[in-house]
Each structure stands twice: as structure tokens, then as C-alpha cells.
Ligand binder design. Structure first.
Ligand SMILES: [Ca+2]
Length: 278
């Protein structure tokens, strides 16, 4: 009897330890302000231009939502959340932050990037190698894709799904087969930009959160070159920072031309437009 209890305890410790380790990988607190400021320091005139978000409005956001994907589609806001045992696909009322529809993922799936392809939503998982294809109408699973490596961000450019995996790569995939069509490496002023996270495809450009920073980069997907850096630091004041984690979540709203941005466990979704940094 003693042996059985020991084995069970060891197994529980192994599972729990694994989950904690994995969560720590993704739940590291935001980069200290000093480091962020250094990363966004003034650049030479010839370097990549820097923009900033001008806040037009802010809306409540579920501070229990570990945001990994954010998407606006036909007047509706969709969100993918992560963490083991807490991952979900959601439709959210932007104005109130109320979760209108929610489908929880199995406990062994860590939700990641989210993209809309026609009548479906495609949701990545972090290390499971599985992409879930949901019917937008009723949040039922239509099919699954399998892939190699990690899943981080996802967007659809009208032809291909664009996927990040935490490195400097963007992988372009066929939306019907998930087959890799091509890969591009992202650079800024000639240097690799790694830890590309949540994505948004907008008018021939790809926007990406850079994990553990307050930066969003606008990428030319043909060359991988960063055309502009957006310094989104300072959106959360001390009072609203709470247990907020890193910036992550970009959704473009074509009806207004504005962007919605948020972060993991953030209390707000900000409606913004990009303006030159003063
Ligand atoms: Ca997005």
C-alpha cells in the first residue's frame, strides 16, 4: 500500500512540476520598465521608425484571461486564452468585457494564436502540435491539424495562415491543409527579431507582439523586414497593473481602421491608432 501511495505522489509531483515549469515559460512578468525603455531608445534617422499607440478608448477585459490570440471578425471580438486547465475559446462583448460564448479546452491543451478563415476559427496550441478548427457559428470542432514544433501566434492574410513559434520565423501555411508554403525570418535593421508572439494580418503587413517586451513590430511578410516598431509601453498605470502579465493581443477593426490591443491578465482592452512617437 505504501508503495502505491508513493508512486501516486511521485506521479502527481511530476505532472504538477511539469505544468508549473511550462507556465513559468509563458507567464514571466513583463520586462522591467528600464529594460523596455532602453529597447525603445531613440534610433538613428536611418533606422526603423518608432510609433506609439494613441489611446482612443478602453474597455474592460477579464483579468483571468491569459490572452494568446485576439481577433475581430464581422463585428465580434474573439479571444484565445492559455494556461493548462484554463485555456479557452471565447467570444467577448467589447464594450462590457462580458464573455458571450466560451468553450474550454481539454486540460492538456494550452491555447495559443487564433485566426479566422472563412466560417471557421483556427486556434493553435503551445506544445501539443494540434491546431483546432472551430465552426464560428456554434464553437463546435470541425477538424484538427497536426504540426511540428511550438504554436504561438496566428493570423490569416487571405491566402495563407501566418504562424509564429517563439523564434524569429513566420511560417506561411495552406489554410485547408496546414501544409507549409514558405518561411521567412524577421529582421530589424539587419538583426533577427526573436520571440514573435501574437499576430495580426492587416493590409499586406503582419503585426507581431514581441514576447516579454512592450513592442509590436510591423513586418513586411515578403522580406521579413520590420518596417516600424510600435512602443506600447506605459498603457497600464500602476493602479491597473495588478497581476497583469505581458502585452499580447492585437486585433484590427476594419470598420474603424483602429486596433484593439491587450495583454495577458490585463484589465483593459485599448482601442488605439498608431501615431509617430514624440
Ligand atoms: Ca490577432
Amino acid at each position: 500500500m505504501t508503495k502505491w501511495w508513493a508512486i501516486l505522489a511521485l506521479a502527481a509531483a511530476a505532472v504538477g512540476g511539469g505544468a508549473l515549469f511550462c507556465d513559468a515559460q509563458k507567464a514571466t512578468p513583463a520586462t522591467p520598465r528600464a529594460a523596455t525603455a532602453a529597447a525603445a531608445s531613440p534610433s538613428p534617422a536611418t533606422a526603423t521608425p518608432t510609433l506609439r499607440p494613441e489611446v482612443l478608448a478602453r474597455y474592460p477585459h477579464d483579468t483571468e484571461a491569459f490572452t494568446q490570440g485576439l481577433l475581430w471578425r464581422n463585428g465580434h471580438l474573439f479571444e484565445s486564452t492559455g494556461l493548462y486547465g484554463e485555456s479557452s475559446l471565447r467570444e467577448v462583448d467589447l464594450r462590457t468585457g462580458t464573455v458571450v460564448r466560451r468553450h474550454d479546452l481539454p486540460a492538456d491543451l494550452f491555447g495559443e494564436g487564433l485566426a479566422a478563415v472563412r466560417d471557421h476559427l483556427v486556434q493553435l496550441t503551445w506544445k501539443h502540435g494540434t491546431a483546432l478548427v472551430w465552426r464560428t457559428a456554434d464553437f463546435s470542432v470541425a477538424r484538427q491539424f497536426a504540426y511540428e514544433g511550438e504554436g504561438w501566434g496566428l493570423c490569416f492574410d487571405g491566402e495563407h495562415l501566418v504562424m509564429s513559434d517563439g523564434s524569429d520565423r513566420l511560417v506561411f501555411r495552406d489554410p485547408d491543409s496546414f501544409a507549409v508554403a514558405r518561411t521567412v525570418h524577421v529582421t530589424r535593421d539587419g538583426a533577427p527579431v526573436r520571440a514573435l508572439n501574437e499576430l495580426e494580418c492587416v493590409d499586406g503587413a503582419v503585426y507581431a507582439n514581441v514576447w516579454q517586451t512592450d513592442e509590436i513590430v510591423r513586418i513586411d511578410p515578403r522580406t521579413g523586414r520590420v518596417e516600424a516598431t510600435i512602443d506600447a509601453g506605459g498603457l497600464l498605470d500602476a493602479a491597473s497593473r495588478g497581476h497583469a502579465d505581458v502585452l499580447n493581443g492585437i486585433a484590427f477593426v476594419p470598420e474603424t481602421g483602429h486596433f484593439l490591443i491587450t495583454g495577458k491578465l490585463w484589465p483593459w482592452v485599448f482601442e488605439v491608432r498608431w501615431v509617430p512617437r514624440r
